[in-house]
Design a binder for this molecule. Structure first.
Ligand code: GH3
Ligand code: MG
Ligand code: MG
Ligand code: MG
Length: 336
């Protein structure tokens, strides 16, 4: 039982709002206690009361009860006037009001209905009767509420789910260390761009990069320095992309790939060279390595006009072979 001074507006599951919220307005605490005993402990009923008549209207507006049990005679207000006041409030206009009267009197009954009451019970009714009347008057209200709240809850849940799925899809496509596209995303994009190149008869270029003597860098400066180097390399690659459709991806450990749609060999070589020289210019320490004193990368470039006569796998294999040639050709080089 709670005398209402504050009503929580927190929304959890709609189920908590499907309880029949009974507000008893009665100045006599002995009546409050008797009604509480009848209603409390019912799983579908939430019992509240207000014994101060002057506070009844405000309390009712705040808590939006399902049913009001209304005393007629109170020291500070007139029960009839209160019922009329409920009816003038938008939030309470259709809330069923059951009058709890001390007297079995036809005139009081008639007047109660005239001012807007829905039912009239002489105090104190039998528990079974009171429960039956409360449930009878709240059934329509609850099912409407149930429907509206359930729809609202469903809509919000679906929206949250959709948002979460978008986030998950993004995460599933990104490399955890560098934040750029991962191998999975690379495969998806390469496939899409291959199809598009075939349809639109435009060249597709693939640039494969591999950091030189990265094992030496890791072994000499530590794994954290190695991670930092990977992040910087990723940033260089994305920084040199020119079009929205271009993609930079982490292909494997210290290997990266660029997918460049509608780009010929010349354009791809140009971007590859910009990336290679940019990394060299960062002068990340790799002293003592077989490929020089700073971190560099070797690059293989391949370009194809996608068609039925060639394949995506061939394009990847050609870029790989070019990369291997750049490695055997002395590293820090670009081969086509
Ligand atoms: P090469 O010039 O022939 O490419 O030699 P390399 O040393 O770069 O190539 P190798 O394949 O021998 O070594 C690659 C190293 O990259 C070994 C591996 O531990 C390291 N590596 C792979 N992934 C990560 C990572 O996420 N972080 C760090 N710090 N190191 C990584
Ligand atoms: Mg009274
Ligand atoms: Mg490698
Ligand atoms: Mg390497």
């Amino acid at each position: 039982m709670s005398e209402i001074s504050q009503v929580s507006t927190a929304r959890e599951s709609p189920v908590t709002h499907l309880k029949v919220r009974v507000l008893l307005v009665d100045d006599q605490l002995i009546i409050v206690e008797a009604v509480r005993r009848m209603l409390d402990g019912q799983p579908d009923i939430e019992f509240h009361y207000v014994s101060n008549g002057a506070a009844a209207l405000e309390t009712a507006v705040m808590m939006k009860p399902t049913v009001i049990l209304q005393d007629l005679v109170m020291p500070d207000v007139d029960g009839f006037a209160l019922i009329q006041a409920y009816r003038e409030q938008e939030a309470l206009a259709s809330v069923p009001v059951i009058v709890l009267s001390a007297r079995e009197d036809p005139k009081l009954k008639a007047h109660s209905f005239a001012v807007g009451a829905n039912d009239y019970v002489v105090k104190l009714p039998d528990r079974i009767e009171l429960l039956a009347r409360v449930r009878y008057h709240s059934s329509g209200h609850i099912s409407r509420l149930q429907r509206d709240e359930a729809f609202q809850f469903l809509r919000e849940s679906q929206q949250r789910l959709a948002d979460a799925n978008i986030e998950l899809q993004k995460l599933a496509a990104l490399d955890g260390l560098t934040g750029i596209a991962n191998r999975r995303r690379f495969n998806e994009v390469l496939d899409l761009e291959w199809q598009r190149g075939r349809r639109e008869k435009t060249p597709l270029s693939l640039v494969m990069c591999d950091i030189d003597c990265f094992k030496h860098h890791n072994d000499t400066f530590g794994h954290q320095a190695g991670d930092m180097c990977l992040k910087k390399t990723a940033a260089i690659l994305t920084g040199h992309l020119k079009r929205p459709a271009d993609l930079a991806a982490r292909y494997g450990g210290e290997e990266f790939a660029l997918v460049l749609p509608d780009t010929g060999a010349k354009g791809a070589m140009h971007i590859a060279e910009a990336c290679r020289s940019h990394l060299e210019a960062l002068a990340i320490d790799n002293s003592g390595s077989a490929s020089g004193d700073v971190v560099t990368m070797s690059v293989g470039v391949a370009t194809v006009l996608p068609s039925a006569e060639n394949s995506m796998e061939e394009l990847v294999a050609r870029a790989d072979r070019a990369l291997y040639a750049a490695k055997s050709g002395g590293r820090n080089k670009i081969f086509l």
